[in-house]
Design a protein around this ligand. Sequence first.
Ligand SMILES: [Mg+2]
Length: 271
Amino acid sequence: MEKERLKEVQGWILDMDGVLYRDTQPITGAKELLEFLQEHRIPFLLLTNNSTLTPEQYESKLAGMGIRVPASRILTSSLATAAYLKERLPAGAQLYVIGEDGLRQALRQAGFRIMASRDGCTAVVVGLDRSLTFAQLKEAALAIRAGAAFIATNADRTLPTPEGEIPGNGAILAALEVATGISPVVVGKPEPRILLWAVQQLGLPAQAVACVGDRLETDVVGGRRAGLLTVLLLCGVTTAEHLASASAAPDFVFPDPQALLIAIASARSGS
Ligand SMILES: [Mg+2]
């Protein structure tokens, strides 16, 4: 029965951190899974909530691990945020931005002006910024209090690193929420809008697309909300014990990309 449902999948949206690699170490089968999808011309996109790197930077990061995927197949919460704002703000709108290269480049490419201060800014856009200062928090808070829209790339509370879980963008958002009493519009997973935006780029109906990730509260919850099939891999932040006590149940669970690849190949070769 599982095989039957996997056969229905025509396209894939794969998370990166905890699915393809951990830190700078590739996960077993990640390279082979992506090679298989590309060889068989199965539509897929990589989609991360991490806003810090550009698609080109992710392409080189993956290449450094022997995984070849063109930047055109790599989507980030920064690109999704730029697309979201482009639909809602006039061209050339002025933004106050907390965030790294990935976010700044995406917003500039979408035609926005990134300002050094809050003056004249119609929106405050917040992504993870690992050189955040108090002056930036102050500028952002004053702009939000004065009526600027408050938009966040993602709300991940933490970021897994070899040192342990470090503050994620959700921690920066929490500081601004406390200081302003205003909650941001969040673009990234588990909000369905980012997944539906990715599905649109695949050109497939949502129910024919599977969302693969390692985190229940973003990948699985988001995939469900967007109407996608959900696949949890246990090679990232979620362990089998977490899963047993969780309320969000994915449609499929595999230990790693290697096991997922075996299942996909067998579903395709089966009658
Ligand atoms: Mg992940």
